[in-house]
Design a protein around this ligand. Structure first.
Ligand SMILES: NC(=O)c1ccc[n+]([C@@H]2O[C@H](COP(=O)([O-])OP(=O)(O)OC[C@H]3O[C@@H](n4cnc5c(N)ncnc54)[C@H](OP(=O)(O)O)[C@@H]3O)[C@@H](O)[C@H]2O)c1
Length: 232
């Protein structure tokens, strides 16, 4: 049986990926602080930014006896408003722990258990390859994920394990709405930044992630999924 392990599937994009994989008969394991409300998703609550995350995850993998064909989706992340000029180091470190160090930890534990056909999909962002003001820690972390993905591709040559980084544009989830303070006017203005005049849906990103996971020809690729960004 194929196993999909995903971080941050309690809501948003991750939930749609987990649901889609369950419908495709994967065993689906979600790691987040709260549960995904779906009968076919196995939930395990770990705070991936906490110092004990590595120990807890290693124990879980042993308990669940996960090995074989594994799809690992690094999806959980946090987005704070902060700046290169005044971000407390503890806050910067927290974002890196969740957005970058947690994928590293999961890779170290799971790659030795993966067989040919397995895949590692990173969820980046438009902000993996450009910066906008006041999203400093997030921009740094999402750029780092592309480096991690490219190194993963090179270092896993000849293993039959592939990798890609899917970079969503403005997607209608809690993360986006919370970031703009639930302001309907800002949401509307963000919609005009895509050539389709709307936000991306979490389902569209989930489709792209599952497609990347199931097609090893996409190895080492950065895939932007943003409906075409309007350039100004
Ligand atoms: N929405 C967008 O416009 C957009 C654009 C570009 C990229 N992305 C990327 O897409 C991915 C998913 O984002 P989303 O919009 O779906 O966000 P979301 O709705 O806020 O979901 C974030 C997920 O991460 C989990 N999470 C947060 N902190 C965690 C922690 N400390 N430990 C474990 N899990 C944690 C949350 O679960 P719990 O709260 O239950 O722990 C939740 O399931 C992220 O990598 C994000 O950067 C999103």
């Amino acid at each position: 049986m194929k196993t999909l392990i995903i971080t941050g599937a309690s809501k948003g994009i991750g939930f749609q990926v987990a649901k889609m994989a369950a419908e495709k008969s994967y065993r689906v394991i979600n790691i987040s602080r709260s549960d995904a409300a779906h009968a076919s998703i196995e939930n395990h609550n770990i705070d991936l930014a906490a110092p004990d995350a590595a120990d807890k995850f290693a124990l879980l993998v042993e308990e669940l006896q996960i090995d074989g064909h594994i799809t690992l989706v690094h999806n959980a992340a946090e987005l704070k408003s902060d700046s290169a000029a005044n971000t407390a180091t503890a806050d910067f470190r927290h974002t890196l722990e969740l957005n970058v160090v947690a994928p590293h930890i999961l890779n170290q534990i799971l790659i030795p258990k993966m067989t040919q056909g397995s895949g590692i999909i990173y969820v980046g962002s438009t902000l993996s390859e450009k910066a906008v003001a006041n999203t400093y820690s997030y921009v740094v972390s999402k750029h780092a994920l592309i480096g991690m993905m490219r190194s993963t591709c090179q270092d896993l040559a000849n293993t039959g394990i592939h990798t890609a980084c899917v970079c969503p544009g403005f997607t209608d989830t809690e993360m986006l709405r919370a970031h703009v303070g639930e302001d309907a006017e800002i949401i509307e203005s963000l919609s005009t930044l895509s050539t389709f005049g709307r936000l991306v849906t979490p389902e569209e990103i989930a489709n792209t992630i599952v497609f990347a996971a199931e097609n090893p020809v996409i190895n080492g690729a950065v895939i932007h999924a943003n409906l075409g960004q309007v350039e100004r």
